[in-house]
Design a binder for this molecule. Sequence first.
Ligand code: DNO
Length: 356
Amino acid sequence: MEMTLRWYGTGFDSVTLKQIRQVPMVKGVITTLYDTVPGQAWPKERIQAMKNEVERSGLHLAGIESVNIHDDIKVGLPSRDQYIENYIKTLEGLGEADIHMVCYNFMPVFDWTRSDLKKSLPDGSTVLSYDQELVDQIDVDKMLSSMEANANGFTLPGWEPERMARVKELFEMYKDVDEEKLFQNLCYFLRAIMPTCKKYGINMAIHPDDPAWPVFNLPRIITGKEKILRLLSAVPDAENGLTLCTGSLGSNPLNDIPDMIHAFKDRIHFAHVRNIHHLAPGKFDEAPHPTSLGSLDIYAIMKALFDTGFDGPIRPDHGRMIWDEVAMPGYGLYDRALGATYLSGLWEAIERNAKG
Ligand code: DNO
């Protein structure tokens, strides 16, 4: 595995490449062109400039999170073919720049959803949290303004202001899209891009839905073992794989993540590892990474990744906000650096034990 940190790019992130370079064991970053919009073909010069900037700092560009998918592709409109063509152009640019992993999601309207971006814990830190009862009571507009108001001035990933400005229209677009239709549209998209992925050796890593159940009555299809296995077999190419996000899949306590890792094995192309604390059905806080501080067995998760020979990029995921840091919610430096070091320590112990 390659330990990485997510980085949003100069001008979009409070964390610098220099700081990331100083986190023990972190060798790479996962980044993106944060100011591109879904559906746009990424200019090759910009891809190369992004890569050069990362490499100048002594880090490896280990993959992209995300190349977002245009809603017309998710809804399955006739215009999707044009957007798929643009996506393919972006993949060609990435392949030519020697970038081989792309994380994306297929969630309608919203990417990840939280009801609170700054919940205080007894130790004075703040975390992201989710409470289905609260979400059921608020309307979408209120949700948008509270996400924006609590984001410390940052644009949250997947909550692009241009798209959110037409959120009502987006809901309208999805009104006839049920789970099956969404699934078929995903397969259509994947089948169309697979030849390019093969040509350039690009692994596509779909991100699970977060939380792992439908929100605002929108369909969600990447929520558990059976549904993910269905996708992996519907498009059986090795390049069609998964981002194993423990926090997203782990939001549903019925998801047994080590078991899923064994079931998906070499189709896991990227891993996001973080802990969450289940409080009640549909209600959880994000938690510090160590096993004993949350509900997920992070040791068992890392061991399952090791035992299945996982060799892709991995990153600590959302951290708490600690030590008075001001950053994009979930993406401060300090707690993610602690997370990276903890995960690297677990890996070292697991590896040395395996060697005897
Ligand atoms: C949130 C992230 C997601 C993720 C996308 C992948 O913090 O985990 O925004 O990057 O769903 O496309």
